[in-house]
Design a protein around this ligand. Structure first.
Ligand code: NAG
Ligand code: NAG
Length: 404
């Protein structure tokens, strides 16, 4: 620019040098101004475009919280990193999505439950269950995925449905690709296209398409899985009950990273003894029912040992302590809710509590709407309703939150 302008103006030098100098100086100043102006313009345009794109992205992710890309090997690394920032605003997978403020240490639930699945004795019809163990409640449509253990299948009950539909297994016990043997837990993957199933007796984790029941594969072989959980990044956590540990698997599922236990069976703070169901909170802290130690442990992210969040002093005189706990869920305040097939109740343990408070069920087991029999896995929905797998009543009970 200055190359072209210089000679043009030099013509005028002859007529009026002072004027030219002034003009030239003026131009130099203006050029600078123009450049600054252009730079600002470009910046503004870039910012506007970026903000619009980001807002659209956030909007889309708000609408469909979990459906992102399929975890194929090629795309897995990209979505997991790009979604990290956005997922912190859109919170986490369904069971973890308990809005703050809805539940606290004083929350009560209605004493009488509504049976939302099963409840017609043990059996293999589609309106029946046979010892369900694990559940996953999809918060978008309130459908419930049930690990129907003794039917060797996963069934899905839509909200208000009288019957379930078969979504995985159901071909008798066995280790063929289309079979499950005593599944204990199920979760939906991040984009809700696949079920991830703990195929307990076959010692494997299966991935089963919801669109095409023929599309099933072994996700992780040779693992004594019991409980499954997923964090906001879509990382999968698996409790391994024989080895006393919990591992975390990033999308791609090639390598399990030890995140809790793994120091042999025992009752030290860095050990677990037959861990059962697990829960991951928004900070990716892990809560583990440490069954044989009669305690619930919390392992913060990257911790080398856990801390006791529900005590393990069990005696026959004090039935309020935990006995053979199975399921755990945690609210926003850090109160934990534990199911116990020793006491047929769900108890709440607030942070620092030395005693659990029964919130659901009665001391006596039974099949009344207020009673439970060997409760297992738990789930909470967005409204704060509590779902309990009422294992030996072969039903899933929904306890509505009591706002009165
Ligand atoms: C996201 O999932 C919901 C149901 O869970 C579905 O209705 C919607 O079409 C999905 N969106 C995309 C973009 O896949
Ligand atoms: C539900 O399942 C039962 C038992 O299999 C069957 O008799 C009934 O017709 C089914 N109902 C519906 C609405 O599908």
């Amino acid at each position: 620019m200055s190359n072209r302008v210089g000679p043009d103006e030099s013509v005028e030098v002859n007529s009026n040098t002072t004027r030219l100098r002034r003009l030239y100086a003026q131009f130099q100043t203006q050029k600078l101004l123009w450049i600054v102006f252009l730079v600002i313009c470009i910046d503004v345009v870039i910012s506007v475009v970026t903000i619009t794109v980001l807002m659209n992205k956030t909007e889309r992710e708000k609408i469909s919280i979990m459906n992102i890309t399929t975890p194929t090997s090629t795309s897995s690394s990209i979505p997991s990193s790009t979604t990290t920032s956005s997922s912190s605003t859109t919170t986490t997978t369904s069971e973890q999505l308990i809005p703050s403020g809805i539940i606290n240490k004083n929350t009560k639930w209605k004493k009488n439950a509504i049976t939302v699945a099963g409840g017609h004795e043990a059996g293999s019809e589609l309106n029946q269950l046979n010892e369900p163990w694990g559940i996953h409640v999809d918060n978008d449509d309130h459908s419930i995925y049930i690990a129907d253990r003794n039917n060797h299948r996963i069934v899905r009950w839509e909200f208000g449905a009288k019957n379930g539909t078969l979504v995985a297994g159901g071909n008798g016990p066995g280790n063929e690709m289309d079979q499950l043997t005593q599944p204990t837990d199920v979760v939906l993957d991040k984009e809700k296209k696949y079920l991830i199933i703990c195929d307990y007796k076959n010692r494997r984790v299966m991935k089963w398409s919801l669109q095409n029941s023929q599309d099933c594969q072994v996700l992780i072989p040779s693992i004594y899985c019991f409980g499954l959980a997923m964090d906001s990044n879509g990382d999968l956590y698996i409790s391994d009950w024989t080895e006393g540990k919990v591992t975390r698997w990033q999308q791609g599922y090639n390598e399990g990273i030890l995140v809790a236990g793994g120091n042999g069976e025992g009752n030290q703070l860095n050990q677990l003894n037959e861990p059962k169901y697990i829960f991951v909170d928004k900070d990716h802290s892990l809560y583990i029912v440490d069954d044989m130690n009669n305690r619930v442990m919390k392992w913060n992210k990257n911790a080398n040992e856990g801390s006791l969040v529900a005590p393990g002093q069990v005696s026959n005189e004090n039935l309020d302590t935990m006995v053979r706990s199975k399921g755990v869920i945690v609210d926003h305040e850090g109160n934990i809710y534990v199911s116990s097939d020793g006491s047929h109740q769900i108890t709440r343990w607030s942070p620092g509590a030395i005693e659990g408070t029964p919130v659901i069920g009665e001391k006596q087991s039974g099949s009344e709407p207020t009673q439970l029999q060997d409760p297992h896995d738990l789930s909470l929905d967005q409204q704060g309703n509590l779902y309990v797998v009422d294992r030996n009543n072969h039903r899933i009970q929904k306890f509505a939150i009591d706002r009165d």
